[in-house]
Write a protein that binds this ligand. Structure first.
Ligand SMILES: [Zn+2]
Length: 369
C-alpha cells in the first residue's frame, strides 16, 4: 500500500498556529479569559473546574495538569471508572469528557486559521509544500523511482486535510472497511479529527465531513480592504449536518477525538484506521517523523510502531524533522543499533526541511522533467 510513511505530530501543525500539547490548556485558558470561548463557555468552565478537581490526585502522584494529553487521558480514565479526583458523579465526569472535545475543537479552530490569498483561502505554506512534495514523489513523469506515500497523523486539526483538498489531491481517512481508493493518499488520523463524528444512536457508525461538501454549504469571502483576513474552519461546529440514515439521526457537534491512552469503546470506532496504519508501517522503506516528539503518553502508537517495524531490515532510512533534539534522542533509545545508523535528523523547521527531505527520499528527477 505504501512505501514511504510520514508520521506527523503536533510540531507539524505548530507552523500554522496550533498549540503544542504542553501549551494547549494555557492557550485554551487564555481564550476563556479573553471571552473567546463563544457558545462553549460552559464547556470551558467545566473542563477547568475538573482540572482543579484533579489537584487532589496531585497530592499523591505527579500529574501534569497543563499537558492536554495527560489531562484528557485522566478524563477518559475517570469516565471509565466513574471517579475523577474529588468528583465521583459518573454523569458529571461523562459531561467533562464531552466538554473536553468541545474545548479542543474551539481552541484548534481559533488558532489554526486560514488566510486569503488572491481572493481565495490558501493552505498553510508548510503543508502546501509538503503536499507538492507528495505529488511529485509519486509521479513517474517527474521522478525515476516514484514512491507511494501514506500519512499517519496524531493531530486533530484540519490544516493538512485542507492543503490536500486545495491541491485537489484525493485522500482517504480509512474510516470504513473495504478497499480504499487506490489513487487516494491514506490520511490516517489515529486520534480522530475535528471533522469526524459518530452516530449518537447506534454508537458504531462513524463519518467524516468532506471538505468539498463543507465548502459547498458554507462560503468564505475575503474582506473588502487590503488587510489579509483570517477565517477559522468550523467543521467541528457543523457536525450536525451529518446523518446516519439507517438510524434517522443527525450527529451532535462532538468531534470524534481521543486521547493517546484511549479506552476500548473508542478503539472500536477507530479500529480500521489503526489497522491501515499498521499495514502501512509494515511495508515502509522510508519513515519520516515530522514534529512528533515521542511523548511518553503515546504508548499505543509506540507499540504500533514497534509491531509495524518488526522486520526492520527493509527500512532504508528514517528521517526525523524536529528542531528539538529530544525527539531524536527518544527515538534512538527505542531502536536497534542497526536501525540507529539509518536515522537522519533534520533540525530545521518543517517547511525548511522539505528540500533536504527530497534528497533523503532519493527522489531523483527524470531527465528533462
Ligand atoms: Zn446510527
Amino acid at each position: 500500500m505504501a512505501d514511504a510513511v510520514f508520521i506527523l505530530g503536533a510540531g507539524a501543525s505548530k507552523e500554522c498556529g496550533a498549540p503544542l500539547m504542553a501549551d494547549f490548556l494555557d492557550v485554551a485558558d487564555e481564550l476563556r479569559l479573553r471571552g473567546k470561548a463563544g457558545t462553549d463557555v460552559e464547556h470551558f468552565e467545566r473542563v477547568f473546574e475538573s482540572i482543579a478537581a484533579l489537584k487532589s490526585v496531585q497530592a499523591q502522584m505527579a500529574l501534569d495538569t497543563y499537558d492536554l494529553e495527560k489531562v484528557f487521558s485522566a478524563f477518559e480514565m475517570g469516565a471509565m471508572i466513574g471517579r475523577l479526583g474529588s468528583i465521583n458523579e459518573p454523569a458529571r465526569i461523562m459531561e467533562t469528557r464531552r466538554a473536553m472535545t468541545r474545548v479542543i475543537a474551539r481552541t484548534l479552530q481559533a488558532t489554526v486559521r486560514l488566510r486569503f490569498s488572491n481572493n481565495q483561502l490558501a493552505p498553510a505554506p508548510s503543508y502546501s509544500r509538503f503536499v507538492e512534495l507528495l505529488v511529485k514523489a509519486r509521479n513517474p513523469a517527474e521522478v525515476k523511482r516514484p514512491i507511494r506515500p501514506a500519512i499517519i497523523t496524531l493531530n486533530y486539526d484540519l490544516a493538512l486535510d485542507f492543503a490536500l483538498h486545495w491541491h485537489q489531491v484525493a485522500y482517504s481517512y480509512g474510516l470504513s472497511e473495504g478497499a480504499p481508493n487506490a489513487r487516494a493518499i491514506p490520511l490516517l488520523k489515529l486520534h480522530g479529527s475535528l471533522n469526524w463524528g459518530s452516530c449518537p444512536k447506534c454508537e458504531s457508525y462513524v463519518a467524516s465531513y468532506d471538505l468539498g461538501a463543507y465548502f459547498k454549504n458554507y462560503t468564505f469571502r475575503p474582506g473588502f480592504d487590503d488587510r489579509p483576513i483570517e477565517v477559522e474552519l468550523d467543521l467541528g461546529d457543523r457536525l450536525q449536518d451529518l446523518r446516519h440514515e439507517e438510524c434517522r439521526t443527525t450527529f451532535p457537534n462532538e468531534p470524534l477525538v481521543v486521547p493517546p491512552t484511549w479506552n476500548k469503546s473508542d478503539n472500536r470506532l477507530l479500529r480500521n484506521v489503526w489497522r491501515l496504519a499498521a499495514h502501512a508501517l509494515s511495508e515502509a522503506r522510508y519513515l519520516v517523523f515530522i514534529g512528533y516528539s515521542f511523548p511518553e503518553t503515546d504508548l499505543y502508537f509506540q507499540y504500533l510502531l514497534g509491531l509495524g517495524l518488526a522486520g526492520d531490515t527493509r527500512i532504508r532510512r528514517i528521517v526525523v524533522i524536529n528542531p528539538d533534539s529530544v525527539a531524536h534522542d527518544r527515538l534512538q533509545t527505542q531502536l536497534s543499533p542497526v536501525m540507529r545508523k539509518r536515522v537522519v535528523h533534520l533540525q530545521g523547521g518543517f517547511g525548511h526541511s522539505l528540500g533536504d527531505l527530497e534528497d533523503l527520499l532519493e527522489l531523483e528527477s527524470v531527465q528533462g522533467a
